[in-house]
Design a protein. Structure first.
Length: 119
């Protein structure tokens, strides 16, 4: 079993930065790919970024390309999402999800952390 806990959310002004963390406990985390998603009130969940087990491959949603960076430190069992040049439309609950190699769906989800960007 793996437990995922997000942290680092908060209130930030437009143009500012935040770094989110997704910390895993339990089984070895290094064999899992991890994705970040976000969901704003009244909107569908949106893919934000993904990273493979080694950190060698990353992918981003179109709305965050060039502004957000996903990374991981397997020694610390943590995946990060560095968010720069934040916009009001980035306001959402951000959640991480982990998928084991070969899984067709996500095996574990975190509870989410709120990010609010003010103008």
């Amino acid at each position: 079993q793996v437990q995922l806990v997000e942290s680092g959310g908060g209130l930030v002004q437009a143009g500012g930065s935040l770094r989110l963390s997704c910390a895993a406990s339990g089984r070895t985390f290094s064999s899992y790919a991890v994705d970040w998603f976000r969901q704003a009130p009244g909107k569908e969940r949106e893919f934000v970024a993904a990273i493979n087990w080694s950190g060698g491959s990353t992918y981003y949603g179109d709305s965050v390309k060039g502004r957000f960076t996903i990374s991981r430190d397997n020694a610390k069992n943590t995946v990060y999402l560095q968010m720069n040049s934040l916009k009001r439309e980035d306001t959402a609950v951000y959640s991480c999800a982990a998928k084991a190699l070969g899984s067709v769906s996500y095996d574990y989800w975190g509870q989410g952390t709120q990010v609010t960007v003010s103008s």
